[in-house]
Design a binder for this molecule. Structure first.
Ligand code: IPE
Ligand code: IPE
Ligand code: MG
Ligand code: MG
Ligand code: MG
Length: 290
């Protein structure tokens, strides 16, 4: 059971995104329809929820982080649209629906991803935060999703289909591809509130640990989960012969590793976790079924 407060976050995030992206009827229609299709297909909103939970844990109102939370969800949705393309993971099912390129065609799907990324940066750049905070947020987010972060991770992931990775390379891959954006989701509130380097460090460590655990669990769910529950096709990693934690060290050891990471994360965040939301989120990374 999620804390009831997380339902409020979901509404806040959905309403924010709904206000930022023009309605379906807006010209040129295909781009807005495609952006909205994936954005409102039924994602878990894990990253923006983390963002809002973090700011409340630091004693400020959730709405203070909405611009960042919205940008993060847009960027994440863009990464999924592109990840599913025929030239990448070639998936036809996502968030319980046919993938963006299946519905709108490859060209529009690529542009919808591009547009979500662009809109995310535009909304941060035009947000109400002070100039120095805005610059820092944009810098940290673009670092998290660029070639030293998510995109670099996606490239290593592609190479991973033809080359055997060792454990260190695999950790690097997960850290870049998935943990980097989750780390940014965790630290953003400390940046906005100018909480200082001590707090920022705690949130970075927490974000890194749950981010790694998140991708390890994603890899386990690819083996053990059901397509109907996951909302995306199970069993794809084995089919593509990807090196994942389960393929390298087995499911049980992978689960143990994820548990250790979550334990580390919880210990690190304890002094700032006034409502236990952040420990709850960390635990949810392990317990989730989708
Ligand atoms: C899927 O992310 C991609 C990974 C980094 C594993 P999520 O599991 O958060 O997907 P949605 O947003 O709920 O669809
Ligand atoms: C994708 O990892 C992570 C991204 C940065 C999009 P996966 O390829 O494992 O994600 P799923 O399983 O398709 O959601
Ligand atoms: Mg992929
Ligand atoms: Mg994929
Ligand atoms: Mg996966």
């Amino acid at each position: 059971m999620l804390p009831e407060r997380f339902q409020d976050y979901k509404h806040l995030i959905d309403n924010y995104l709904n206000a930022v992206i023009p309605p379906d009827e807006t010209s040129p229609k295909p781009i807005y329809q495609a952006m909205r299709y994936s954005l409102f297909a039924g994602g878990k909103r894990f990253r923006p929820t983390l963002c809002l939970a973090a700011v409340e844990s630091l004693g400020e109102d959730a709405t203070k982080l909405l611009a960042v939370a919205g940008a993060i969800e847009m960027v994440h949705t863009y990464s999924l649209i592109h990840d599913d393309l025929p030239s990448m993971d070639n998936d036809d099912f996502r968030r319980g629906k046919p993938t963006n390129h299946i519905v709108f065609g490859e060209a529009v799907a690529i542009l919808a991803g591009d547009a979500l990324l662009t809109t995310a940066i535009e909304s941060l750049a035009s947000s109400d935060y002070d100039h120095d905070i805005r610059s820092k947020l944009i810098l940290l987010m673009t670092q998290a999703i660029g070639t030293r972060g998510m995109i670099g991770g996606q490239v290593i992931d592609m190479i991973n289909e033809t080359k055997q990775l060792n454990r260190i390379e695999l950790e690097q891959l997960h850290s870049m591809k998935t943990a980097a954006l989750i780390r940014f989701s965790a630290i953003a509130s400390a940046v906005v509130l100018r909480s200082g380097t001590g707090v920022e460090e705690a949130f970075v460590n927490y974000g890194e640990s749950i981010g790694l655990a998140f991708q390890i669990v994603d890899d386990i769910l690819d083996i053990e989960g059901k397509t109907e529950v996951l909302g995306k096709t199970a069993g794809k990693d084995a089919k593509k012969k990807k090196v994942t934690y389960p393929s390298l060290i087995g499911v049980e050891e992978s689960r143990q590793l994820a548990m250790n990471l979550v334990e580390t994360a919880c210990a690190r965040i304890l002094p700032y976790d006034r409502y236990s939301y952040l420990r709850f989120i960390a635990q949810h990374v392990l317990d989730r079924e989708k």
